[in-house]
Design a protein around this ligand. Structure first.
Ligand code: IMP
Length: 422
């Protein structure tokens, strides 16, 4: 299948977990290169629902190696819990999981700071997952972070942790928050470090050697294009590069080894957390929530919902160099009478074809819609694109045309079999 970067082309939660799971069958190695346990990839396999936060979903298939790359921020306690939870469900985890020694750690003071910063922002809060992601990447950029390699050296780790806890406790106390107990944290994290030791490796070397031997790699993106720290709807973004370039920096695999970029898009738009969502539509959200859909996999929050935004996805296609397109959750629109697609924005009387950089301007953009008739019947049982109702086929082709990427997959349900290849 060649080396593929898979990215979310909207605001995250595009249904990447399922597409990754389907593609994993064709590769040898699956790599996570950014984000942390803010991500939540849902995969339904043989009737069991798995929600993965840090471990690539390739872990559910035998014979695949999963790599947590240097660009990921890892909460060791969360990773241990995830490993143990998967093992309880019968998933074998051993030599099939590698953790980069260069990955940065998420520590309790990151979570406490995340919470405090959000509290203090009041109504202009970001709506983070409160997993400490922003503060952990902040420490990395400030060159004061602790890494997996530190955790593998207990004496050094304890010394560095003590200094960091002292520094962060003075900040937390100034904010009126509870200080962190160094001894407790040190003990818990060293214990987690012991459990993680067998997985720790120089994953850059591992990946380069594997590529030399002709192994094929899938780089699974977390979050989505408009949550990218550089290209997203700043400041309402996450703290990593969720766009295609992040796969290179976050894994140590150079750009010329990447063969294609696959963009995953929902047949409509969703977003969790704050920030502009130009096509947001309360009636569509209500309909999807009533169907039991669109609740966050990590926090359980109801997602905000809107019509498909082709201005955003066209921009995402350019930014990521998306060659191929997977459209997910088409069945979410099965009961909708008239379906809208946003083809441009209007801002202060001007028509825009690309999203503005400024968050306030984006919030003031009004969508310009075109309307298509719905198909008003279930798509769940379709096994081929030709078995979809003709209006549904027209809809996915129109999305592909507006987005500017070739349609390669359509998903009509959570199961592996409910994936139509074009
Ligand atoms: P953080 O990544 O927890 O700092 O949250 C920053 C923003 O990104 C918030 O709006 C979150 O809701 C959003 N976010 C983070 N991870 C995900 C994800 O996996 N899916 C969707 N949104 C996410």
């Amino acid at each position: 299948m060649a080396n593929t970067i898979l990215v979310g082309a909207q605001w995250g939660d595009e249904g990447k977990g399922k597409i990754i799971d389907v593609l994993t069958a064709k590769v040898d190695i699956v790599v996570r290169s950014q984000g942390g346990n803010n991500a939540g990839h849902t995969v339904i396999h043989r009737g069991t629902k798995y929600i993965l936060h840090l471990i690539p979903s390739g872990i559910l298939r035998r014979g695949k190696v999963c790599v947590i790359g240097n660009g990921v921020v890892v909460d060791p306690l969360a990773l241990v819990t995830e490993i143990e939870g998967l093992r309880k469900l019968g998933i074998v985890i051993g030599k099939n999981l590698l953790l980069s020694d260069c990955a940065h750690l998420v520590l309790p003071y990151h979570r406490a700071l995340d919470e405090q910063r959000e509290l203090r922002k009041g109504h202009v809060r970001i709506g983070t997952t409160k997993r400490g992601i922003g503060p952990a990447y902040g420490d990395k950029a400030a060159r004061t972070g602790l890494r997996v390699s530190d955790l593998m050296q207990p004496i050094l780790f304890s010394k560095k942790l003590q200094a960091k806890v002292r520094e962060n406790n003075s900040i937390l106390q100034a904010l009126g928050a509870k200080p962190i107990n160094y001894r407790e944290v040190n003990e818990q994290y060293l214990a987690a470090g012991k459990k993680l030791r067998p997985f720790v490796a120089n994953t850059v070397v591992y990946l380069h050697r594997a590529l030399q031997r002709g192994k094929e790699v899938l780089f699974e993106g977390a979050q989505g294009t408009f949550l990218d720290i550089d290209h997203g709807t700043y400041p309402y973004v996450t703290s990593s590069n969720t766009t295609a370039g992040g796969a290179c920096t976050g894994s140590g695999v150079p750009p010329h080894r990447m063969d294609r970029v696959l963009g995953v898009m929902k047949a409509y738009t969703t977003r969790v957390g704050e920030g502009a969502l130009p096509t947001e539509d309360a009636a569509l959200a209500n309909l999807l929530h009533k169907m039991g859909r669109e609740f966050g996999a990590t926090t359980g929050r109801p997602r905000r919902c809107g019509w498909f935004d082709a201005v955003a996805t066209h921009y995402a296609t350019m930014l990521n160099g998306i060659d191929e397109l997977a459209i997910t959750n088409l069945d979410g629109l099965d009961g909708v009478d008239r379906i809208r697609i946003c083809v441009a924005y209007r801002l202060n009387g001007k028509r825009l074809d690309v999203p503005p950089c400024d968050a306030t301007q984006l919030a003031n953009c009004e969508p310009v819609y075109e309307e298509l008739p719905g198909w008003k019947q279930s798509t769940h049982a379709a096994k081929k694109l030709s078995q979809l109702p003709s209006q549904a086929r027209k809809y996915v082709h129109r999305i592909s045309e507006l987005t500017g990427a070739e349609l390669s997959m359509v998903s009509v349900g959570p199961a592996r079999g409910q994936t139509l290849f074009v």
